[in-house]
Design a protein around this ligand. Sequence first.
Ligand SMILES: Nc1ncnc2c1ncn2[C@@H]1O[C@H](COP(=O)(O)OP(=O)(O)OP(=O)(O)O)[C@@H](O)[C@H]1O
Ligand SMILES: [Mg+2]
Length: 151
Amino acid sequence: MTSESVEIEIPQPATSAPQFTQLFSATRRGARLARLLAVEQLVAWGWPRDSERIDAAALVVAELTANAVLHGRLDGRGFRLGLALLPSGRLRIEVTDPRGERRPTASPEAVEGGRGLIIVDALAVQWGVDTYPPSAKTVWAEVSATRPGSR
Ligand SMILES: Nc1ncnc2c1ncn2[C@@H]1O[C@H](COP(=O)(O)OP(=O)(O)OP(=O)(O)O)[C@@H](O)[C@H]1O
Ligand SMILES: [Mg+2]
């Protein structure tokens, strides 16, 4: 009996990108907690605590969660923070709030207010808003893990 060598492809488990997601109350305290936990998660992923990139990420988390609490709040509902390290090397920050019908209105020329999204725009490689069915929305921003503020 002759033996033939047969090549079998063994399916490899998909390497999932590091991810973090948590619900918070839609309060200033909830937003503060979200920022603190985001920093701890990034430190757990190996980001140096005293680094420009962790400061940049924390600032984006702070502005997006403050907006979720101030402008995207619905009684009895919280907001959700998601973090993911993308294969591209970027950190994706997602903040989901229940007010899908109210959208961020970023205007770089805004004279009053609108400071938060100007900061996000300056620090993020890109940012945007997605519908989160059925009635919520996710405001997301991707920041460079290597060169914060770079495009
Ligand atoms: N999550 C959100 N849901 C609904 N509207 C939002 C949300 N985020 C931002 N907006 C709208 O976009 C505007 C601009 O947001 P931005 O964070 O730049 O400014 P601000 O929150 O008004 O003031 P600041 O951040 O300077 O304290 C807000 O005034 C609000 O009308
Ligand atoms: Mg704001």
